[in-house]
Design a protein around this ligand. Sequence first.
Ligand code: HEM
Length: 270
Amino acid sequence: MTDSVATPPTRPSGPRADRPLSRGRTDTWRHPAWVRLAHWLNVVAVVVLIMSGLNILLAHPHLYWGVRSTFADPWVSIPPIPNWLLIPQGRNLAEARNWHFLFAWIFVLNGLAYLLLGLVTRRFGRRLWPTRADLKGIGPSVVEHARFHFPTDDHARSYNVIQKLTYLAMILIVLPMMLVTGLSMSPGFNAVGGVLLDIMGGRQSARTLHFISAGLIVGFILIHVGLVIWTGLFNNMRSMVTGWFVIEPPGSTAGPRLRRRRPTDAGDAS
Ligand code: HEM
C-alpha cells in the first residue's frame, strides 16, 4: 500500500538497488527475509490462536466483567460457532488448550524476534514510525482511504500514515494486550507474582479483555487483507514472499479510476 501525501523518496527504499522493468515500471526492494518469515509465522500463530481460542470460549460462551461470573447476567453471550472455525474440529477444551498454549509460545517468541530485529536494524524508525510530515498529511490520507483511491506509483514506496499508525497500534498495543490479558489468566503466572489479574480487575474482566483484543485482531485482519487485495493482491503478496515490490509509472492508482493522478498532484490526495 501507499503514501500519496508525503513527497516520494528519490532513493531506493531498501539496501538493494531498484531494477527497471518494462512499460516504465520499477522493481523495488521492500521486505527483508526476517520480516517476511516473522509475518507469515505470525499469521499462522494468530489464526491457530483465534480458532483454538473460540473452541476454549465454547466451554462457557458467556463474558462478564469483574471477578466472578454472574451466570444470570452475562455482559455478552456468544452465539453458536460453526465447527470449521474451531481447532480442533468439534468442541474439545483439553485439546484446544494444548493448541492455544503451544501457538502462544510461537507467537511470543516470533513477536519478540520481530521487535528486536526491527529496533536493531532501525527498520521500525525508517518504515513504520510516522514522520511529522506524515502526521500533517493525516487528513488527506483519511480522504484517500474513504475513496478507496491509493497511488501505486513512486508514492507507494512507503506506507501511508494510516497504515503506519495501524501497524504500530497492532504491534505495540493490540497484540501485546492479547498477550498480557492471556498471561494474566495463567495459573502458573499468577502463582509467581499474580498482580496482572488485579490490574485487569479480576478474572472475568481479563477474559473479556482477552476476547476484545482477539476481536480487534480479527477486525484488523479483515481490513488488512481487504486492502491488500484492493491495492494489488499479486504485487503485495509477491513483496511479502520474495521481498520485491513493483512501482507503477507516475500517476498510477489502485481503486476506482476516478481520475489519473498527475505528478503535480503530489500534495493532493483527492
Ligand atoms: C492471511 C492473512 C494476511 C495476509 C494475506 C497478509 C498480507 C500482508 C502483506 C501482503 C503485507 C505487505 C503490505 C505492503 O508491503 O504494502 C503485510 C504487511 C503486514 N501485515 Fe499482514 N497479512 C495477513 C495477516 C496479518 C496478521 C494476522 C497480522 C497481525 C496480526 C498482520 C500484520 C501485518 C503487519 C504489521 C505488516 C507490516 C509489516 C512490516 O512492514 O514490518 N498481517 N501483510
